[in-house]
Ligand binder design. Structure first.
Ligand code: F6P
Length: 554
């Protein structure tokens, strides 16, 4: 992977100059000057996803300079390196192979790593057999009754992916009720246990390391409650507890038998692991056939990412457009608004994908970066956001690029809900782009133009407060429908967008050393909290906070 200071590249310099010439251009102007703008800045993926990037503050020149930037970083070869299993996770000395999890014999590029493919196939087969056994009520609990509930115990990548996908694909689910415990707060485990009958529940303990404090604490609490039930034997755990991890030893030590162990591997990052056995709850929830379609969708986006020319490559364009705003317009955040209630966890899921991958400040040459890296990702499902924070998007002072996503076909046809939802989707991207001028406001309020003496009388009028300046950029994605296949495409699309950004930001996107500090500090403070004497070993704030707790705990 090429390591360059992006700010000294020819393309970056061109982009900087170009930015000065375009930064005040309004989208109204860009659309007015080119009636074919949509045609020029939109792509169709397999006739099931329309990607419209015409409502961005860019021109063909912008795109060509951004493509040049990708070429200066030799992005294409970086993409191939990932698929070939090169150790691009440099600081952890590992390959990055979440794409292998969803590859096929025809598509994989792991020539000298066939053993990896065999391991993946073995685990997929195990997922399939187990899912079928539970779904078809062959698998029984210790009372002999069939299983009704699945509880996934994990956090971060061992929770967010399965949670988001099982929510998003609820229309495909079977009789099994799927629950997720992630937070260390005892409330989470207590509230979920209230909903289930342990004798008819299977517990998936999902942790790549099998040492994450939150997960092991939750899992141990559940295990002890399970074993403390009357007449339950230790061996009954074999019918109810399963381990998903790369740490087989710790799984067995926990009391899970080898047959109930689903391996994952260190060449898949937690935030990219939904395609592995971490996705077992997905397969249980929607069936293995749908889980395979989910993998197939991602595989199809992988092929697009690998083979489409940069200027027609959707994840590449998304990543480059992000860099255009983040590094030239100096935006700090990006929003993702999905107009589909089942997809309510999608933005949250992408927070880890983006911010744990690109929230870095040391470049691939071991220098502190002098440019912006990862953006803050946020979002809520539409239309709810419209009644909460869209005001700031329309009339605030922040430039916030956002992605709008909607299925044109809903799973729940009821009255005129969906056509109204679509109307909001189209209206919002249009209003954000073109705003509403004073003239339009006055026209709406039947204000007669002749009364208008001049701009100052205009400004004295209350209507000035209704001005929406527009020029807020958006990407629009119209999906045919949210299905296992299209969701697989969409997630892979954003994974590859993050990859594109990381390559050009000259950072390592696949480690996460920053999260280790918090874990280490918490373990030290935990020891301190268990002592009764007042704490003096830390800074005055931490000492005071801890001592307030110690003096007031019940
Ligand atoms: O947040 C740090 C992190 O290591 C994530 O990368 C990971 O998804 C999560 O914690 C959980 O880790 P594990 O799967 O090892 O429990």
């Amino acid at each position: 992977m090429k390591s360059l200071n992006p700010t000294v590249t020819k393309s970056w310099k061109n982009l900087k100059k170009h930015y000065l010439s375009i930064k005040n251009k309004h989208l109204k102007e860009l659309f007015k000057s080119d009636p074919n703008r949509f045609k020029k800045f939109s792509l169709n993926f397999e006739d099931i996803i329309l990607f419209d990037y015409s409502k961005n503050r860019l021109t063909s020149k912008t795109i060509s300079y951004l493509i040049n930037l990708a070429e200066e970083f030799d992005l294409k070869n970086s993409i191939i390196s990932m698929f070939q299993g090169k150790k691009i996770n440099f600081t952890e000395n590992k390959p990055v192979l979440h794409t292998a999890l969803r590859s096929s014999n025809k598509t994989n590029m792991l020539n000298n790593k066939k053993d990896i493919l065999l391991k993946i196939k073995y685990v997929l087969q195990k997922i399939k057999l187990f899912s079928n056994a539970v779904i078809h009520k062959k698998w029984r609990g210790y009372t002999g009754k069939y299983i009704t509930d699945v509880v996934n115990i994990g956090i971060g990548g061992s929770d967010l992916g399965p949670f988001m996908v099982t929510e998003a694909l609820k229309p495909y689910k079977n009789h099994l009720k799927i629950h997720f415990i992630s937070n260390l707060d005892g409330t989470h485990v207590i509230e979920i246990l209230k909903k289930i009958d342990m004798s008819r529940t299977i517990f998936l303990i999902s942790s790549k390391t099998f040492t994450t404090q939150e997960t092991i604490t939750n899992a141990t609490t559940v295990k002890n409650l399970f074993l403390n039930q009357p007449k339950v034997l230790k061996s009954d755990m074999d019918k109810h507890f399963f381990g998903i991890s790369m740490n087989e030893q710790e799984v067995l030590k926990f009391g899970i038998i080898q047959e109930n162990f689903f391996p994952i591997w260190d060449w898949v990052g937690g935030r990219y692991s939904v395609w592995s056995a971490v996705g077992l709850s997905i397969s249980l929830s929607i069936g293995y056939k749908n889980f395979s379609l989910f993998l197939k969708g991602a595989r199809s986006m992988d092929q697009h990412f690998l083979h489409a020319p940069l200027e027609k490559n959707i994840p590449v364009l998304l990543g480059l457009i992000s860099i255009w705003y983040n590094n030239f317009f100096n935006t700090e955040t990006e929003a993702i608004f999905v107009y589909d209630q089942y997809m309510h966890k999608f933005s949250t899921y992408l927070q880890q994908t983006n911010m744990e991958s690109n929230g870095k400040n040391i470049d691939r040459n071991k220098n502190i970066v002098s440019w912006q890296t990862g953006s803050i990702i946020w979002g809520e499902p539409g239309t709810n956001g419209q009644h909460s924070f869209y005001q700031l998007l329309h009339q605030g002072t922040k430039l916030i690029p956002s992605d709008f996503i909607i299925p044109i076909n809903t799973h729940n046809k009821i009255n005129d809900h969906h056509i109204k939802l679509l109307s909001h989707f189209f209206a919002q991207t249009q209003s954000l782009a073109f705003g509403k001028s004073i003239e339009e406001i006055f026209k709406e309020s039947n204000f007669k133009k002749e009364i208008l003496k001049d701009q100052s009388s205009l400004n004295n009028d209350i209507n000035i407060y209704k001005l929406c300046k527009g020029n807020q950029p958006t990407n629009s994605f119209l999906l045919n429908k949210i299905t296992p296949y299209t969701l697989g495409i969409l997630i892979a699309l954003y994974e590859h967008k993050v990859f594109t950004q990381g390559v050009i930001m000259n950072i390592f996107s696949f480690d996460q050393w920053g999260v280790e500090l918090g874990k280490y500090t918490a373990n030290n403070i935990l020891v301190e909290l268990k002592k009764n004497n007042l704490t003096t070993k830390y800074d005055s704030s931490t000492n005071a906070l801890i001592n307030f707790y110690k003096l007031n705990r019940k």
